[in-house]
Design a protein around this ligand. Sequence first.
Ligand code: NAP
Length: 246
Amino acid sequence: MELAGKTAIVTGASSGIGAATVRKLREAGVRVAGGARRVERIDADEAFALDVTDEASARAFVEAAVGALGGSFDILYNNAGLALGRVPFWESTPEDEATVIHTNVDGALRMTRLCLPFIRDGGHILFTGSVAGRQAYPNGASYIAAKFGLRGFVYALREDLLGRPIRITTVDAGLVTETEFSLTRFKGDADTAAAVYEGVDTPTADDVADCVLFALTRPPHVNVDEIVMKALAQSSGSRIVRRADA
Ligand code: NAP
């Protein structure tokens, strides 16, 4: 599949995996509209403010982005997401739980619902899941619940869209560096965030973006349902073999 000349919307485009994917899509000749709350940090053909947890913000974003892309488009990458905290569930707060569920789950449902009428035949909807949505690990309950929930939605969407010429893919990654994921999770504590990746050669945001482009460039009759990608030294969210010097 040739990507040049296609159009895309990427959520969570202001950093990490989203920013890397925007860059690679544009290198492949795709015209990209990016969305995030920190709109000033988005480097895309079109950039509009987006809070996926807010219906009015998402509606305004979709109207602006679809308009800028010509009234319809080809690729939706539902990538915006986050985790908050790494604590036993009894220390979880209602505020963090709500933010994590609303961003990762409701946000992806909302954006898919709002964008679907504008996705052209031959289009593709992609999601960033996580290994947290496949295997539980200690002290991450709200994020694990959210990514399991997202995976359920994607399976259900695949059923509802079956027979229509729109492909669906989820990329479930383990540890990924060159993102702000852990900085956000640990609420700005840079040392704790950095320790997550010590002694492990991890995939980068670019490696995840490569998975997105792989799925997009398969022949039109091939749907890559899921890609699960981890560091070689990681088997799950909780099993990581770190180098002795770490
Ligand atoms: P990141 O660098 O922190 O990027 C997260 C992106 O999501 C940012 O662009 C952020 O933009 C956006 N976002 C967060 N809340 C949003 C909201 N309410 N509305 C719109 N955009 C919002 O981390 P990342 O690793 O690239 O994360 C991207 C995705 O990968 C997430 O779904 C995450 O769960 C998943 N993931 C990450 C890892 C990892 O280890 N890094 C592993 C597996 C899966 P603003 O803050 O500007 O809004």
